[in-house]
Design a protein around this ligand. Structure first.
Ligand SMILES: [Ca+2]
Ligand SMILES: [Ca+2]
Ligand SMILES: [Ca+2]
Length: 406
């Protein structure tokens, strides 16, 4: 139960850092003022709403006041919040996956691996196991719109002027001489959304805000883009196109709300089903912002695609070594109308594949994720998860370059 300020109110509240505490006064009035007393004795206005959510990054003693401004029943109450260090040390890394819903893709049902009978909850747990802490096992989001929702064991605080979160994946720049100086290779940008657990129920049922990256305000970036994927019939007859190593060109049909349609094709490298096996529905619908396609067929004949990175603000868009380019500031949050929103912190993070793009034999563009980190919890420096998972990286590269080396 959230503490109540008005009735039987305590003068002192004890709470751990980075955990929200909701104050809900029972009295009503014309207007309200929540303030905090600074060291110099002056007050900072915190809020003019009736309810207030207090959230502190640092331990210490905070002197707050609550006022009801009303001609008949004015009210003022001073109280203290004592913020303590948590009893069980927080982890800087993912603690919880709330939802895993990839769009169809060539790594779907294998990253993580689907076993017959697995439910959506089973797959959520597998994604959680892969990404928790520094387990560092890759999870794929599939084609455009596919997403994952995760969180930490505390609220990630929005520190002013600082980036707050880092999300790592498997992007790499091309090793080939002509493209070495340009930031392109396998960059599969994913869009980040964040939410604060405003109703404090521990569930991501609150308002989501997009973190506006470098492409957000560009005219070629589509807002309210919607796509529907159709599960192929069990008896579908494949239509191969071996010029592109495709075993079924017309494998999974998609239609969008801009009167376009196309296919997630099946390639000869990945033979499992690409539509998430655990989803009972025959269609999958996703909605969000869509970034412009970032791939260029540099060979001119479909043998070598370079997927160029966007400047900043996306997941799986720059190699993990570039920490700053994989870090996110909660202050980039915007509402549905593109207006900046201030959030004290975030409890839920959603990442979804941001491009709807198919690149011949290398397949659909899909964002992956391997690790996420709250940048405000000190940690020992860890190596790039991809250098640990070297075998995976080499496999990926081998597939990427296999055609050109022939
Ligand atoms: Ca920040
Ligand atoms: Ca909630
Ligand atoms: Ca990737």
């Amino acid at each position: 139960m959230p503490p109540t300020v008005s009735l039987g109110i305590d003068d002192v509240y004890y709470m751990p850092r980075m955990k929200a505490c909701t104050f809900q006064p029972a009295f009503t009035g014309n207007s309200y003022r929540w303030t905090m007393r600074k060291c110099d004795g002056t007050d900072t206005l915190l809020s003019v709403e009736k309810n207030y959510i207090f959230l502190a990054k640092d331990t210490g003693t905070y002197h707050l006041s609550f006022e009801i401004i009303d001609p008949h029943t004015p009210y003022k109450h001073d109280f203290t919040c004592i913020v303590l260090h948590e009893q069980v040390e927080y982890s800087a890394y993912i603690a919880k996956v709330y939802e895993y819903r990839p769009a169809p893709g060539q790594f779907v049902n294998t990253m993580p691996e689907y076993s017959i009978g697995d439910t959506e909850e089973d797959m959520r747990k597998k994604a959680e196991e892969n990404l928790s802490g520094t387990n560092d096992v890759m999870v794929t989001l599939g084609a455009y719109g596919g997403y994952i929702v995760f969180g930490f064991d505390h609220t990630v605080i929005n520190v002013k002027g600082e980036k707050d979160l880092m999300i790592l994946a498997n992007a790499f720049y091309s090793d080939l001489p002509p493209y070495k100086k340009r930031k392109g290779g396998s960059c599969e940008p994913g869009i980040v959304m964040v939410a604060f657990d405003t109703n404090q129920n521990g569930i991501p049922d609150d308002t989501w805000y997009e973190l506006a990256g470098s492409e957000y305000n560009k005219p070629e970036t589509l807002k309210d883009y919607e796509i529907i994927y159709h599960r192929p019939a069990a008896n579908k007859i494949p239509e191969p196109d071996m010029s592109q190593q495709l075993s079924d060109l017309t494998y999974i049909l998609w239609k969008d709300n801009r009167d376009h349609s196309g296919y997630v094709s099946k390639n000869i490298y990945h033979t499992q089903n690409y539509y998430p096996e655990w989803i009972p529905e025959a269609t999958l619908r996703f909605r969000g912002t869509r970034l412009k396609s970032n791939a260029v067929d540099e060979s001119g004949n479909g043998t070598y695609y370079v997927l160029y990175s966007y400047p900043w603000g996306y997941v799986d868009n720059h190699p993990n070594e570039y920490h700053d380019l994989n870090a996110f500031d909660i202050d980039w949050a915007v509402d549905d109308n593109g207006h900046p929103v201030y959030l004290q912190g975030v409890d839920f993070v959603k990442v979804y594949t941001g491009v709807n793009q198919y690149c011949g034999w290398i397949g659909e563009t899909s964002t992956e994720i391997i690790r996420a980190q709250d940048l405000h919890i000190p940690t020992a420096a860890l190596p790039n998860p991809l250098t640990i998972d070297k075998q995976y990286r080499e496999t990926l590269k081998k597939q990427f370059y296999s055609i050109i080396k022939k």
